[in-house]
Design a protein around this ligand. Structure first.
Ligand SMILES: [Zn+2]
Length: 205
């Protein structure tokens, strides 16, 4: 006996999500079968509008409602300090600390040779472009995760930044956020106080 087509389609769709195997995909699908139709309508609509109603900020690459995003457009933010993070959720976490008044650059990932993700696959080129163009830049904070890939990403970017710095008279600082963050920790899961301390305790890199 085969499953109804509608069920098969959804099971397959769930299976494509990270961390979800065939069993979980089936469990989620059958769970949804037992929820009211209006919940399913809203669920479906949320998925349909997910990309339609969001845009990538052309400056910092954060996923937002308007381009440029409210942070890049805010004249009270210090544009001379760029905090480099891996994911949009990291921006949300850092904003919650209320202790950062600079701007961001979202990489959308980390360098991971095992998954064939090289520097070209994430937003490093546009970061370097931003840095090159801004002759008054004061600081770049590397706030990638503290795991192996996050460290490798920070290291790669640092190397490129040092080269840019060598060619200019107006040097900027390169710092690494991490103190207080557990090794291997994802930024987005850190609590506000830990993040605040990590931000304040950033060191020359
Ligand atoms: Zn932006």
């Amino acid at each position: 006996m085969r499953l109804p087509h509608a069920i098969e389609i959804l099971v397959n769709a769930f299976e494509r999500l990270p961390g979800i195997g065939p069993k979980t995909a089936a469990r989620l699908t059958f769970y949804l079968l037992h929820t009211p139709q209006d919940y399913l309508d809203r669920f479906g609509e949320a998925i349909i509008n997910l990309k339609k109603n969001t845009v990538e900020c052309s400056l910092c690459h954060n996923i937002v409602q308007e381009d440029p995003c409210s942070i890049c457009a805010d004249s009270h933010r210090r544009r001379k300090i760029i905090c480099v993070v891996e994911q949009p959720m990291d921006v949300v976490s850092l904003e919650r600390t209320n202790h950062f008044n600079g701007v961001y650059h979202v990489l959308h990932g980390e360098i991971n040779p095992l998954q064939s993700i090289g520097p070209e696959e994430i937003k490093i080129a546009s970061l370097l472009e931003r840095v090159r163009e801004d002759k008054k830049l004061q600081e770049v904070i590397l706030a990638t995760d503290s795991g192996m890939e996050g460290e490798a990403t920070a290291m790669y970017i640092k190397k490129e930044l040092v080269l840019i710095n060598q060619k200019r008279t107006n040097k900027f600082k390169i710092t690494r956020m991490g103190q207080g963050l557990p090794v291997g920790a994802d930024l987005e899961y850190a609590d506000e106080l830990t993040l605040q301390r990590a931000l304040e305790g950033r060191r020359k890199y």
